[in-house]
Design a protein around this ligand. Structure first.
Ligand SMILES: Cc1cc2nc3c(=O)[nH]c(=O)nc-3n(C[C@H](O)[C@H](O)[C@H](O)COP(=O)(O)OP(=O)(O)OC[C@H]3O[C@@H](n4cnc5c(N)ncnc54)[C@H](O)[C@@H]3O)c2cc1C
Length: 231
């Protein structure tokens, strides 16, 4: 069953003009799996039985006892503009969680976890980092992350701290950055990663083209465990 909770904004971090990371404190803290998403509404009501207009956001952190969660939000349209305007430190919103099936494998505790993320699609990957760390399984993690420019490189410190050296592959599409390829992720990049397509689990999160391109490639390469999340 889902939980409806008030959430208070503890901090807001800007990644350029269009992307923000919100740290929220949940009033009602219930367990959720990494990779889940929530519904966020700005509407103030006494009773949320009839759920109001809201938007979906991946939870960019794993469950913890403090009830503190992170969201990474790109301003694209009317509702995310309202979120940017109305949610400041100390503001409240209401969230309903947790939903989704973009979750880590339940039974397989050995296979590689290979994540392909475009832009804010890194959000669920950050929650995987935390959950795998909790279970001492970061060695399974491989991340291919493509972002627009240096400003929009989200939570590099968390990625570096959790993804083994040689398994974190960064790509900057619209700016030249030292030691980072200035291009999109290519299929050859995955081939060079030495991944076992049969035993590995592949998580693709990004825009429509990003998701469908890699899904098709992986399917044609014989990958059996492919999970996608697209927005
Ligand atoms: C499972 C899931 C998880 C998600 N997780 C995240 C996340 O972690 N972070 C995140 O940022 N987003 C996430 N999203 C997307 C998010 O839920 C919103 O859909 C998105 O932010 C758009 O919200 P909006 O209301 O501001 O845009 P909307 O106003 O609904 O606009 C949506 C799109 O339509 C375009 N548009 C709007 N109005 C017009 C118009 N008049 N003419 C032409 N085009 C128009 C906008 O440019 C935009 O691209 C997720 C979605 C799903 C389904």
């Amino acid at each position: 069953m889902s939980t409806i909770s008030k959430a208070t904004v503890l901090s807001v971090k800007e990644y350029g003009k269009e992307v923000r990371e919100y740290t929220l404190k949940l009033e009602k803290n219930h367990y959720f799996e990494a990779g889940s998403f929530l519904l966020l509404t700005l509407e103030k009501k006494d009773d949320y039985t009839r759920w109001p207009e809201s938007r979906n956001f991946s939870i960019a952190s794993a469950y913890n006892k403090t009830g503190i969660i992170k969201l990474i939000i790109r301003q694209v349209g009317a509702y995310t503009t309202r979120i940017f305007n109305e949610l400041q430190i100390g503001s409240e919103c209401v969230v309903k969680y947790a939903f989704g099936d973009f979750l880590l494998p339940f039974f397989d505790k050995k296979g590689a976890i290979c994540c392909l993320a475009g832009g804010t699609g890194i959000a669920p990957v950050l929650s995987f980092c935390e959950q795998l760390k909790e279970g001492g399984m970061q060695h399974r993690l491989h991340v291919f992350y493509s972002f627009k420019n240096e400003e929009e490189l989200i939570d590099l410190d968390i990625l570096k701290a959790n993804v083994p050296v040689g398994q974190l592959h960064l790509f900057c599409t619209r700016q030249q950055m030292s030691a980072i390829p200035h291009r999109r992720i290519k299929e050859e990049d995955l081939q060079k990663g030495g991944l076992d397509y049969h035993a590995g689990h592949f998580y693709i999160c990004g825009g429509e083209t990003f998701t469908s391109t890699f899904k098709t490639y992986l399917e044609n390469s014989g990958a059996e465990n492919i999970y996608t999340d697209e927005w």
